[in-house]
Design a binder for this molecule. Structure first.
Ligand SMILES: NC(=O)NCCC(=O)O
Ligand SMILES: [Zn+2]
Ligand SMILES: [Zn+2]
Length: 471
């Protein structure tokens, strides 16, 4: 049945207007007004914004990590994402050295197929480069539609790859049309600093931050930018946290390097002092790179305002405080790294960004949806409101005031890092491919409605601006 969303204030990254949206099946078939309402379901969006569905380019659902597995899987994680206004996630498929890439991809299909409530794709981790990997990469793009490769520069002896691997991955990505993503911290020096801290009896959560200083994020970011320049390739730096890293990205962009930067809500609203909370509560805020000193929060907001950072990922990687985070009681290096962010990404950016006058409505949509769609081969199918695009839409009430809490969130974990935070605005209904997933703040979607999305190559996904042209 046709649906018409009427009287809403439609907001895209470039336009804001009063208008109606006509939906047939999974697609938007009309934007404007005066649509024939016969045999149509009318949805009144009066007083609401109609946003494109959020796209979260950075999730770790049901991820084996730190001797345990992240608590939200493709069912609970995508339900929580939908409640929070996100209609597409791109999850990191972790590969194992010596194993075929396809083995990992199949494992990720097995853990997601038939479980998701919203659409999803995969990034592929590259831990080594050898003839086997090189032979597989073309079909990873052409058959699996995976157009982004992740290289970890940290987590020594776990995920970390060496610089030669990063450089070869960049060169292959340029040939194949893939975007390389990095976790940019100097993993070797971090390893040294963590071992030294433990020897000195420094075991509390705060030492997670003190052994991963911003200088080591800035150094790795700068190194990755230079390797990208040498390889004439393209780079996306995930979870940027500090001035040291932003300046390296901005300098490279000014040199014309095709480099993009992502930050996450936790780095915009929480600071390093949270890691000093009593009774091991600081463990709730242990993720990498770590929370930074307060001055970085304003610096990151300025980078979003001036275009030096272009996207917002959640870095969803949730662990219970009791039973998982407490694996690191007495030894901070055993605290599983990550937090439950997927549900609050969209609302925190609206509330702390738009409602507090830091960013415009258009910048907000670009940050939480459109830019990620363009960089990761989803645009214009997703990431905007266009005729022919998927009817992935968020009906958002900007007047609602609420308090974030684990007692009301939908993530499958026993705490929320933003507990008690007052936010303005809330998604009230969310559609994925023309079907309600959330309606009047109730889950009405179906398990398995979300399907795997094959993504276009980098730069083939329409209008991907080169770094030097668009801030
Ligand atoms: N961020 C974090 O601490 N955990 C998830 C894996 C990663 O992104 O480094
Ligand atoms: Zn990371
Ligand atoms: Zn991550």
């Amino acid at each position: 049945m046709k649906k018409i969303i009427k009287n809403g204030r439609v907001v895209t990254s470039s336009d804001t207007f009063e208008g109606d949206i006509c939906i047939e099946g999974e697609r938007i078939i009309g934007i404007g007004n005066g649509f024939d309402e016969d045999h149509a379901e009318i949805i009144d969006a009066k007083g609401l914004y109609v946003f494109p569905g959020g796209i979260d380019p950075h999730t770790h659902l049901e991820m084996p990590f730190g001797g345990t597995v992240s608590k939200d899987d493709f069912e609970t994680g995508t339900i929580a994402a939908a409640f929070g206004g996100t209609t597409t996630v791109i999850d990191f498929c972790l590969t194992e050295k010596g194993e075929p890439l396809q083995k990992a991809i199949n494992e990720w299909h097995d853990k997601s197929s038939g479980k998701a409530f919203i659409d999803y794709g995969f990034h592929l981790m590259i831990g080594e480069i050898n003839s086997t990997v090189l032979n597989e990469l073309p079909s990873v793009i052409s058959e699996e539609g995976i157009s982004s490769f992740k290289v970890f520069m940290a987590y020594k002896n776990v995920f970390q790859a060496d610089d030669a691997t990063l450089f070869q991955t960049l060169k292959e990505a340029e040939k194949l049309g893939a975007l390389v993503m990095v976790h940019a911290e100097n993993g070797d020096v971090i390893e040294y600093l963590t071992e030294k801290a433990l020897k000195e009896g420094k075991t509390d959560p705060i030492y997670h931050a003190l052994t991963r200083p911003p200088e080591l994020e800035g150094e790795a970011t700068g190194r990755a930018a230079i390797l990208t320049e040498m390889a004439n390739s393209q780079l996306y730096v995930v979870h940027v946290t500090c001035q040291e890293a932003v300046t390296k990205i901005a300098e490279a962009r000014r040199r014309g390097v095709d480099i993009w930067g992502e930050t996450c809500p936790q780095y915009l609203v929480l600071d390093q002092s949270y890691l000093e909370k009593e009774n091991f509560e600081g463990a709730k805020y242990v993720w990498s790179p770590p929370l930074r000193e307060k001055k970085n929060l304003d610096y990151l907001w300025k980078a979003l305002q001036n275009g030096e950072l272009q996207t917002i990922g959640s870095d969803q990687c949730s662990f219970d405080f009791k039973g998982q985070k407490d694996l690191g009681l007495g030894n901070f290096t055993k605290i599983p790294n990550g937090g439950p962010i997927i549900e609050d990404r969209f609302s925190i950016l609206y509330s702390e960004g738009v409602a507090k006058g830091r960013i415009s409505l258009g910048q907000f949509v670009d940050l939480v949806s459109t830019r990620a769609a363009k960089l990761f081969g989803l645009y214009p199918k997703k990431g905007s409101i266009v005729v022919g695009g998927d009817a992935d839409l968020v009906l958002f009430d900007p007047k609602i005031k609420r308090t974030i809490s684990a007692s009301t969130h939908h993530m499958n974990v026993d705490y929320n890092p933003f507990e008690g935070m007052e936010v303005t605005g809330e998604p009230v209904s969310v559609l994925s491919k023309g079907e309600f997933v959330i309606r009047d703040k109730k889950l009405v979607g179906k398990k398995g409605h979300g399907t795997y999305i094959k993504r276009a190559k980098y730069k083939e996904s329409l209008l991907t601006a080169t770094a030097s042209l668009h801030l």
